[in-house]
Design a protein. Sequence first.
Length: 255
Amino acid sequence: MSQEFKKEIDTMSNLTHPNIVQFLGAHIPEDSSSSIAMVCELVSGDMKSMLFSRNKKEFSLFKRMCWAQQACRGLAWIHGVGVMHGDIKPANLLYDATTDRVKVADFGLSLLLRRGEILEGKTVGTPYYMSPEMLLHEGVTQATDVYSFGITLSAFVTTRKPFATIRTREALVDAVCYNDVRPHLDSCPVSVRDICERCWSPHPDLRPSFEELLEDFNEVLVASATQDRAAKAFWIKHFTYRNEVAQKVRTDDFL
């Protein structure tokens, strides 16, 4: 195991944030006969089961947007320290029911991306959440994570898996890369639709950063909390700081 990879593990161990699964340590074998073993905090649930399970509980749009905001906050932090995730999807957003907290998890692909070990012609990550440039092996940047977050956010809105009718990778590449097909959004607030569409732009340089998205989530939470136009206008006018809605409004108030 190279010293470079050991340094990468040290980097991951320092990714401490309330919305990131805490990396606790790793066993690095002396030879190639055994695999590396990583140890993280135990979090029992995940957004995949919360959103897609047959026996799932129905949650309000406001609740789901609160969870999405938490994921966005964790991703903003890892991008801020120069780490790219590379495989954002509901299954990698773990859920701690005791604290009602979403935590970004599974940085295994992130290590490969940072070391430049994504090879031409090799599929990595989860295709349905991949950006066009990743599907076409054209290189990845932090904007690739933003695209994946946009697809993931659409699943938070619809509670359905994206591109469920597309069965093959070839068909997915044709649809996403050459025909700009994106998940269909049912009736939802304009502010939510706007975030999704900006995130999944086919042009990486036009996608917003996670820091920019966090500012937009104030309006998203207001829009998903009430359908009353006057109430929405009042909240948007008087909550002048972008993070006040998330900090001062209890999720249970809108269930």
